[in-house]
Design a protein around this ligand. Sequence first.
Ligand code: XMP
Length: 524
Amino acid sequence: MSSPQPGLPPGTETIAIIDYGGQTAQLIARRVREHGVFCELLPWDAPRAVFEALAPRGYILSGGPESVYAPDAPSLPSIVLESGVPVLGICYGMQLLSHALGGRVAPSAHREYGLAELERDAELPLFRGLPQELTVWMSHADRVDMVPDGFRALGHTRNAPAAIMGDPKRGLYAVQFHPEVTHTPFGSKLLGNFVLEVCGCRGDWTPARFIETAVDAIREQVGDGSVLVAISGGVDSSVTAALVHRAIGDRMHAFFIDHGLLRQDEPEDVARLFASLGISVTMVDAADGFLAALAGVEDPETKRKIIGTCFVREFERQAASVGQLDFLAQGTLYPDVIESATSASGSAHKIKTHHNVGGLPEDIEFGVIEPLRFLFKDEVRRVGRELGLPEKVVMRQPFPGPGLAVRILGEVSREKLATLRQADAILRQEIEARAGELGDEQPWQYFAVLTPLRSVGVMGDQRTYGNLVGIRAVTSLDGMTADWARLPADLLTRIATRIVNEVAGVNRVVYDISSKPPSTIEWE
Ligand code: XMP
C-alpha cells in the first residue's frame, strides 16, 4: 500500500478522518490512535488521489460549523460512499451523510449544547462493552429528523430521536453527539469499536511497531548517507535522535548548542542522557558569542532576533565542520503538518518544511527527514519511553528556544542568568516534589522570571534593596491558551521563602495570576 506522504510504513492500516473544520477534529484522530489504529486528518476538499493513496479501511466525518443547506457548504467527497468501506459521521458529518443519502435535516427545535442522556436502541458490534444509557456531549443546531433509506435510529435523546443512526449492513453509522471529547465518557470506546469491530482494523499501531517501521524507513531513505541532528534537550529532538541513531548508528552527527541561556545543569543533563544511550553528541559551548551579541540589548523582539541569527551561524559552523552531510533530521510533529496543509479546492496537499531548529541556512542543501511527522505529542512520549528515554526527558515541559533570555526582563548578563537559574531551580524542585498531589492543577509549564524592578525589604536588622522575581505556573493543553495554576498556598510560601533566603540579591517574590489570553505564558 502506498502513502500520500513519504515515510508511512507499508502495510499500515489507516482510517481517514475528513476535517470539516470542527474544533475537535484533531481529538478524533488522537482517540483513534489510542486504539492502536493509524489515521490521517484530511481536508474535505483534498484531491481524490490523496484518499486513494491512503486507502483507508474506514472514514470518519468530523463535525463542523456549517449547515448542510448553506450555500457552498463543505460536501462529502464521492469516494467515501463509492469505496464501500464503513463510515462514521459525527455531528455535521451525520447531517452530511443523511443529506447525501436522502434523509432529512432540519433545524432542531431546541439548540442542543452540553450534556444529554442517550438511550441505546440496538445491540451491535459498534456498541460492544457500552452501557444501555450514555452521557453524551452535544453541540449542534440542525438535526436529522428523517433517517435515509436503509437506516434506522439506534439511540435517542430527549431532543433527538435519531441521536445515533445506522445502516449496519452497509457499515454506515452516524452520531449527533461528539464521542471524541472527554465529556462523552464512553465516546473513546465507541470510536474504538468503530475502527476495530466495524472497520476490522488490527489495532497494531503501537510504539514498538512504529519504532520498527520508522527505523526501516530511515535506513531506506538515508541509504549510506549521513544525517545531522540538532538536539535541544526536548522530547521531540531527543526521540528523533534516538530513532535516527538506531537506524544508522554513527553516521548520525548530533550536536547541542549551549547558548548560555539554559537552565541549571541543563547541558550536563543532556550530555549524561545521550552518553547513557550510547549516542555521541558534540557539545558546543557558544555562550560567549550569544552573550556578547546580547550585551546592552533590552528590547524583547531584538533579543529574539539576535538569538535566532546567532543560532543559524552556529548551525552553519557545525554543519561545515562535519564535512559531507546528506540529510537533516527534524522533530516535526503531526499537528504542525496538519496546520501547514492547505485545503484550497483542487490544490495539492502542500506540506511545509518546518525549520524548528531555529531557522535553517538557505544555502545549505540537505534532504530533510522527519520521523515524527505522523505523531501527536503524547505518541512521541510513548515512543520515547519505548526507546528507553528517562521519564524526565519524556515528560519534559516546553522550554522556549531563546531560553532564559526571554525570562530576564531587559538586558541579559551572566550575573542575572546565575540569579535566575538559582530561583528557577528552587521553583522546579519544589513543584516536582509535590507533583503527585496537584491533580488538575499540576502545571503544564512553570518557571521563574527575573525583573529589573527593585523594592525595599528587611533581613535580620538590615534594610535590603533587592530584585523582584516573578513565578509563573500555568495549566494548559497545548500552550495556545493557559490559566494560572491554583498551587496550594503552602507550596507557594515554601517557594517564595526559599528563593528570598537562598538567592542573593532577591528580596521579593510575586505569583503571576494572569491567564492567556490576554497575557502570554512567557513574560517577553
Ligand atoms: P507564549 O509566551 O507565546 O508561549 O504564551 C507559548 C508557548 O511557547 C513557548 N515559546 C517558545 N518556544 N521558541 C520556542 O521554541 C520561542 O521563541 C518561544 N516563545 C515562547 C512558551 O514557553 C510556551 O510554552
